[in-house]
Write a protein that binds this ligand. Structure first.
Ligand code: ATP
Ligand code: MG
Length: 199
């Protein structure tokens, strides 16, 4: 064996020992709170990826789309035939289109009822609250209400929260927090959002 091979083998042995130790110490089993936040692209894409993953094992999944309910959505098109998936949509367009606080608040509260039902259902393995961070930011929904529903959800249930500027209390209670960091986004160079890629 060359010196390099020997060094590689030694470092892999060390790595394996560390990984084994971590695997052995991760003994707890329960549902998670996952927050996908930050300004970069990928928050909702990653949530749908996890939805697909859970459905792939036959688990029941609920997705609640806040804000962008009227947008086209390729994943929804593809997956909505799956009887294990329920998608609840907030029935208004963009908040800067409607410019109507009262109507937005009502639409938000209505779809939140669906979210609350999913968050109370022990059969639902995964719940996605897509773009819910904006509901809290605009004051359409109270943080205490959301916290209460998250804290009292069934222990086996995982929740994924997406959106920019996640409330610090959501970040504090989450098990996994990922901040998508924008390095560059095509949109800022005049490129249109692309069907099947961006939505
Ligand atoms: P995606 O749905 O692609 O995973 P996202 O959920 O991380 O994006 P949102 O803030 O929800 O980001 O953005 C929704 C739409 O705006 C998507 O079409 C997305 O591709 C696009 N987008 C995401 N990040 C940016 C950005 N930094 N600048 C401009 N447009 C963005
Ligand atoms: Mg998104």
């Amino acid at each position: 064996m060359s010196d390099r091979d020997t060094r590689h083998k030694a470092s892999m042995q060390k790595l394996k020992a560390r990984v084994d130790e971590k695997v052995a110490s991760a003994s707890e089993q329960r549902g998670l709170i996952i927050v996908n936040t930050g300004n970069g692209k990928g928050k909702t894409t990653a949530a749908w990826g996890t939805v697909t993953r859970a459905l792939g094992y036959g688990y029941k999944v609920g997705v609640v789309q806040f804000i962008k309910g009227l947008w086209e959505c390729g994943e929804r098109n593809r997956l909505e035939g799956d009887t294990n998936l329920e998608v609840a949509i907030m029935a208004t367009g963009f908040t800067w289109d409607t410019q109507n606080r009262q109507a937005d608040t009502e639409a938000c509260q209505a779809v939140w009822k669906d979210a609350e039902r999913m968050l109370a259902d022990p059969e639902t393995y995964l719940v996605v609250l897509d773009e819910i961070t904006y509901m809290l930011k605009f004051g359409y929904l109270e943080i205490e209400t959301v916290k209460h529903a998250l804290e009292n959800r069934p222990p086996e249930q995982t929740v994924i929260i997406t959106g920019r500027n996640a409330h610090r209390e959501l970040i504090a209670m989450a098990d996994t927090v990922t901040e998508m960091q924008e390095v560059r986004h095509a949109f800022n160079n005049g490129l249109q959002a692309r069907r099947g890629i961006d939505f």
